[in-house]
Design a protein around this ligand. Structure first.
Ligand SMILES: Cc1ncc(COP(=O)(O)O)c(C=O)c1O
Length: 371
């Protein structure tokens, strides 16, 4: 029955759907536990840059207290959360949009605002893969431009790739998976010399010593910042993101996003998370000091190359081993890390490891001996 209906209706599919690349997610602890015959809570999950400390106690309490409201619709535009975010970001509510599921929903919404058949987006690679996937789903054409060899941005190569059809340039700082930040001078160069919208993904900004580039939203009408509650705030499972953008883009986003996209419990949890500054600060402090120790341990105690990182993860070039061999070796020790070979322009020898707790990182360092 299903097969027949697929054959009969498949021609209804938009042609561009055939060009949409697959998003390859990190596996969950239960998937890995089932595959390798392990107990799920014995798996050390360092493959998706989640917060290894979990959500704050205050967030869990707020969710429990409001659980009875699950039967009610929230406000359509997450007004209370936008107000809390105005305090947190120091931008007025008119420059803020919150939405779910995750920042991914806002990446989709931004593409929806600007991308139609054959419009182009520029994605410097290696990068988070969803920007191009989302644009391709709307008939857009992702144009991939290589980062420099040290993974810094090549602003001139991006400018060379700009055409009359370029609508969005997707940047990420700190960049996933490479961990480095983008400098303001490069962004100003792009903003001054193109008419495209420039998106700066700050999913990992809290972990960066370099700080946010959000001040650029005050300088330019074509710069947008994306953020998430999935990383430093420890709420990946609640799927919540937000953007800081010029008013004309906020008003467009509010028109294309589905109403009520932030559930009441996600909004409640996010407001509690913003108010628990102490929890945020201590988690960020742990990541910064553990990241430094982890990089030093790889450089000093293993034959492999670790790169500097401003995120809650590091990348390690395990050459001459392949990343798949490394993922397998770590799994044998119950540690889940991410092979980078589904990212473009990073080869088959690099793994990305989320910075965990001191105990987890100790185990990671030991596991390198078995690679
Ligand atoms: C750079 C970057 N942007 C966006 C996202 C998506 O965030 P969210 O969980 O809010 O959808 C991720 C998720 O890992 C990411 O690494």
């Amino acid at each position: 029955m299903v097969e027949n209906s697929q054959n009969r209706y498949a021609s209804l599919l938009k042609k561009s759907i055939a060009n949409v690349p697959e998003y390859i997610p990190g596996k969950t602890a239960s998937q890995i536990a089932a595959e390798y015959g392990l107990k799920p809570d014995a798996v050390i999950k360092l493959n998706s840059n989640e917060n290894p400390l979990g959500p704050s106690e205050k967030v869990m309490e707020a969710i429990r207290n409001e659980a009875g409201s699950a039967s009610l619709y929230p406000t359509a535009d997450a007004g209370n959360l936008r107000a809390a975010l105005a305090g947190y970001t120091r931008f007025p509510v008119k420059n803020i949009v919150a939405a779910g599921p995750g920042m991914d929903s806002l990446i989709d919404a931004l593409n929806k605002l600007f991308i139609g058949e054959e419009d182009e987006v520029i994605v410097p690679v290696p990068a988070f893969t969803y920007y191009g996937i989302s644009a391709a789903g709307l008939g857009g054409v992702p144009v991939y431009v290589n980062l420099n060899e040290d993974y810094s941005l090549n602003a001139d190569a991006i400018l060379n790739a700009v055409t009359a059809k370029t609508k969005i340039i997707w940047l990420c700082s700190p960049n996933n998976p490479t961990g480095n930040i983008v400098i303001a001078a490069d962004i100003r160069k792009l903003a001054d010399q193109t008419k495209a919208v420039i998106f700066i993904d700050e999913a990992y900004v809290e972990f960066s010593e370099g700080g946010s580039l959000s001040f650029l939203v005050e300088e330019y009408e074509n710069i947008v910042i994306g953020r998430t509650f999935s990383k430093a705030f420890g709420l990946a499972g609640l799927r919540l993101g937000y953007m800081i953008a010029p008013e004309w883009i906020v008003s467009g986003l509010l028109r294309v996003l589905p109403p009520f996209s932030v559930s009441f419990l996600a909004e409640t949890a996010a407001i509690a998370a913003i108010n628990d500054q102490e929890y945020l600060d201590s988690g960020v402090a742990m990541v910064r000091s553990e990241r430094k120790k982890l990089i030093e341990a790889v450089l000093e105690k293993t034959p492999y190359k670790a790169y500097p990182s401003e995120g809650n993860f590091i990348i390690v070039d395990v050459s001459p081993k392949t990343s798949k061999e490394a993922v397998d070796a770590f799994l044998k020790k119950g540690i889940l890390v991410r092979s980078c070979d589904s990212f473009q322009n990073i080869g088959i020898n690099t793994v990305r490891i989320t910075v965990g707790t001191p105990e987890m990182n100790q185990k990671v360092t030991e596991a390198f001996k078995f690679l």
